[in-house]
Design a binder for this molecule. Structure first.
Ligand code: PLP
Ligand code: COI
Length: 355
């Protein structure tokens, strides 16, 4: 049966799959909730918004997504507080960034109101899928793909926008050692590095596989021109603590403007930590490490939250980071997750309750 709620047509599953999920043992992004939000673009406009049972998407082999990779995505999370209310964290930032990515990939933008209305309708229907176990949340994956047909290398005339969700645990298991990459580049000036384009991730897999073979879990990308400055990791922005100063690189054409990154800068400053947003040379990290001044490195992102880095490799040498008591990473992680899970006051107005 389908019903209309506001501007959305809703078709519910006849039987929920929720009893199949072991909420005490969740992997990241492996299981999917009962419903998904969908809206198609054709005849020059976005059509009827729908929430429908989670299901396969059927496409012609000539769909442009298969040939020219016109696809973008976002990553967000829904949390449940102690009263069972659903909370989002700065969702309008994701909505805006989706459209920044859309524009760069010549995909039509999706209206803010329809995005929020669709997301909230989906979260209300699937609210029981939001885990409450420590460190878990409902990972939300909004994405758009080119569904129009033809082998001509030009933008599609049809698209699909989907929001799917996955009850998820931690993104990384165990400690992270990173390799500072000097041969391959993730992005270049004038390119699409700042967008969440699917192809940005595909291009990282091979160099990351090579790093894994050498015993590292992630690559830290350096600038494509000189390879002298660290930029970001595959799915996280990077922070470095030298002495008591917290450093992170500036955003650019090549780097994703992370929502966790900008929140961490604000929280760190609020904690009285000195923060510098500036270019960070690999040689500065190595010198600081040799002098014992490189105290911490961590990645920051929605999926990764704050993930401490245990050490890095560069030109065949390994540099280990010390184990810190009361580290910036643990302090900042507690502050941001307490806001996200509704355990503390929302000083910056970042929480968005789904009512
Ligand atoms: N950098 C890249 C390449 C990412 O994929 C992500 C994840 O979204 C981030 C950084 C962190 O961004 P955010 O904090 O908005 O999730
Ligand atoms: C996120 O952190 O939400 C991302 O989109 C990163 C993704 C590659 C897991």
């Amino acid at each position: 049966m389908s019903v209309a709620t506001g501007n959305i047509v809703i078709k519910k599953v006849s039987k929920s799959r929720i009893s199949e999920i072991d909420f005490s043992n969740l992997a990241f992004g492996q299981q999917f909730s009962d419903h998904m939000f969908v809206c198609d673009y054709k005849d020059g406009k976005w059509q009827q918004s729908q929430v429908i049972p989670f299901q396969n998407i059927s496409l012609s082999p000539s769909s442009k997504i298969f040939h020219y990779g016109q696809s973008i995505f976002e990553g967000m999370k829904a949390y449940k507080n102690e009263n069972g209310e659903t909370l989002l964290f700065r969702p309008l930032e994701n909505q805006k960034r989706l459209n920044i990515s859309a524009k760069r990939l010549a995909i039509p933008e999706f209206p803010e109101e329809s995005f929020m209305e669709g997301l909230e309708a989906l979260l209300k229907i699937d609210k029981d899928w939001i885990p409450t176990t420590e460190g878990s949340s409902l990972y939300i994956r909004p994405f758009m793909l080119a569904t129009g047909n033809g082998f001509h290398a030009s933008p599609s005339d049809e698209y699909k926008f989907v929001i799917a969700t996955s009850p998820s645990g931690a993104y990384f298991g165990g400690e992270i050692k990173v390799l500072i990459e000097e041969k391959y580049s993730r992005s270049a000036n004038g390119g699409v590095g700042f967008a969440k384009a699917g192809g940005n991730y595909a291009g990282q897999f091979y160099p990351t596989q090579l790093a894994k073979e050498k015993g590292y879990q992630q690559v830290i990308w350096t600038d494509d021109n000189t390879h002298e400055y660290i930029e970001e990791a595959g799915a996280m922005n990077i922070f470095v603590r030298i002495g008591d100063t917290l450093l992170t690189g500036p955003t650019s054409d090549r780097i994703l403007d992370g929502i966790t990154r900008k929140s961490i800068i604000t929280i760190a400053e609020d904690e009285g930590i000195k923060v510098e947003v500036r270019k960070i040379k690999v040689s500065e990290l190595i010198e600081a490490s040799k002098k014992g001044e490189l105290k911490e490195m961590f990645g920051a992102g929605t999926a990764a939250v704050i993930s401490p880095i245990a050490g890095f490799g560069h030109r065949g040498e390994d540099y280990d980071l010390p184990e810190m008591e009361n580290s910036y990473a643990s302090r900042l992680k507690k502050r941001i997750t307490d806001i996200q899970y509704g355990k503390t006051e929302d000083k910056f107005g970042w929480r968005y309750p789904v009512k």
